[in-house]
Design a protein around this ligand. Structure first.
Ligand code: BDP
Length: 329
């Protein structure tokens, strides 16, 4: 080839490559999001808000579609899909990460937070930073944190004291910590996916479960487990996250848009959450659920000592996190 023609050919080849090279940022992308809850649940609304903000700010270059009501599978499968990059973003409770990302165990620990404000300060600060680091290590980029209120027990027979729980089969999320926690309370822990709890209560496979007011109401578990005991034993928060596979293909400007939008979506979710907690409690009370108020949680909390010992006792990093969280004002 003559030098000039060779040059032209090279230039043409380079020009053909250009659009391809610029593709990750320039071309519209369709992102798939996983949500376990219904679209009108505070978390679904938070995810939809996230998508709207990102679309606006990227001029529709990144379009996010949330598949609500676990259409893309149950939680443990969804986590695997996020790690592999076939789900692009999601909202997860942190407990299903307990066996994968050790720092998530700390915020799952029972009776750790004094109240919601305390939990938010921890997750927006020291605890959140540690957890984000662990999650990144397993392929998940944490962008912001959603509220999930306090989790309490609900059962098919009344439970007033830990002694009443003895031998009862209580559903837990798939996490060793949750199994130990429930065992320490004297119950018989039964790990099950969220979507199987209703029929398992109905058929007597389990005698109860534990969750916050909005989940108890939205899943209609209250129709089959008529006793709600306000143990408020865990305030584990939730994460709004993106798959690392996607994240690595974004430029810095896009990452900033995602970070800001996720934080704004979390502020919105927290506000909607607070309203929904009240509304859900009222709805189930109107439906005749028996609420057993626990005024003194000390007898429950005292049983948790072995759980703290097992999960943080010989681990300076995790016990340090517990101390720093407790010291937060
Ligand atoms: C709900 C969480 C959801 C969990 C569910 C559960 O929002 O992420 O999957 O509890 O108990 O409160 O499985």
């Amino acid at each position: 080839m003559k030098p000039l023609r060779a040059l032209r050919a090279a230039a043409l080849a380079a020009a053909a490559l250009l659009p391809w090279m610029a593709a990750p940022s320039a071309e519209a992308q369709e992102w798939r999001g996983w949500n376990i809850h219904a679209a009108d649940y505070p978390n679904g609304r938070g995810m939809d808000r996230f998508g709207e903000l990102v679309a606006q700010r990227t001029n529709n270059r990144i379009r996010m579609r949330t598949y609500h009501s676990a259409q893309l599978g149950q939680q443990d499968e969804a986590i695997q899909q996020m790690r592999l990059g076939s789900i692009d973003f999601a909202n997860f409770n942190l407990s299903p990460f307990n066996n994968l990302a050790p720092s998530t165990q700390v915020v799952t620990l029972p009776f750790l937070f004094r109240d919601v404000a305390h939990m938010q300060r921890a997750i927006d600060g020291v605890a959140g930073e540690e957890i984000a680091r662990d999650l990144e290590g397993i392929g998940i980029i944490a962008l912001s944190w959603f509220d999930a209120g306090a989790r309490s027990l609900y059962t098919t027979r009344p439970v007033r004291t830990p002694a009443d729980l003895r031998g009862m089969k209580i559903r837990v999320q798939t996490s060793d910590l949750w199994i130990d926690l429930m065992r320490a309370l004297g119950a018989n822990p039964t790990p099950l996916p969220f979507g199987e709890v209703f029929t398992s209560l109905q058929s007597g496979v389990i005698d109860g479960a534990e969750n916050n007011w909005p989940s108890y109401e939205s899943t209609r578990h209250f129709e089959v487990a008529r006793f709600f005991t306000t143990t408020e034993h865990s305030n584990v928060p939730e994460v709004l996250a993106v798959s690392r596979q996607r994240w690595q293909r974004l430029n810095e400007q896009e990452r900033n848009i995602l970070r800001d939008s996720a934080r704004e979506a979390a502020a919105f979710q927290r506000q909607v959450w607070a309203e929904r907690e009240v509304a859900s409690r009222q709805a189930v009370e109107r439906a005749g659920v028996n609420v057993i108020e626990i005024a003194d949680r000390r007898p429950w909390a005292e049983l948790m000592a072995p759980v703290y010992q097992k999960y943080t006792g010989s681990n300076p990093r995790l016990s340090g996190m517990v101390t720093r969280i407790r010291e937060l004002q």
